[in-house]
Each structure stands twice: as structure tokens, then as C-alpha cells.
Design a protein. Structure first.
Length: 105
């Protein structure tokens, strides 16, 4: 894992959410430049703030560090929607997802 992974991941997830660094900083209870300071590689969040950042994105720390999942927040939203579907519907969606994944490669 590269040294700047945490800063880059925060920036990626924030942009995918469509929020400004200032708004995210204030929502986390930090100064308005806090996230910019992290994204510009001048600081790293403390462990407690890191956990709040994960909560902010509605992801687990494991999902934060999963480089193979570029948008875990949206994926979790899809999974939550799938939980209420019937088995036959899930089978169709699973087939569709497999076909789409094959097209990607």
C-alpha cells in the first residue's frame, strides 16, 4: 500500500459523494480546512477521526482499505436494497451483475 493511500482514498470517496472538503470537515466537527490538509498530504487523521470518517461514508474500515471497491458507500446502498428482494429476483440480478462484470474485462 502506498504511503498516500489514506489521503487519496478520502479524496476519492469525498468526490464520489459529491461533497466539498469544507462541508465534510465541518460535518466531522473539525476546522473548515481539515480535510484539505489531509488531502494535500500535510496530515493524517487520528484513529478516532478516521473512524468518524468511515461513519461519514457509511463504510467499515475494511471497506475503506479495499482498493478493489472504488465506491463502497454506493455498493452498500445497493446491498441494502437487495436484502428485501425475493430469491428469484436476486437470481436475475446476480446473472445480470455477472454479465456486466464480464463485459468490463
Amino acid at each position: 500500500m502506498r504511503e498516500s493511500f489514506i489521503q487519496d482514498r478520502i479524496a476519492l470517496l469525498r468526490r464520489k459523494r459529491g461533497t466539498s472538503a469544507r462541508d465534510m470537515s465541518l460535518t466531522l466537527g473539525q476546522s473548515e480546512s481539515y480535510i484539505n490538509t489531509i488531502e494535500n498530504r500535510k496530515a493524517l487523521p487520528s484513529m478516532s477521526v478516521f473512524l468518524r470518517i468511515c461513519d461519514y461514508f457509511q463504510i467499515t474500515p475494511t471497506e475503506f482499505f479495499d482498493e478493489g471497491c472504488p465506491n463502497p458507500e454506493k455498493l452498500n446502498g445497493v446491498i441494502d436494497s437487495l436484502k428485501v428482494l425475493e430469491d428469484d429476483t436476486l437470481l436475475h440480478i446476480s446473472s445480470l451483475a455477472s454479465a456486466l462484470a464480464e463485459c468490463r474485462h
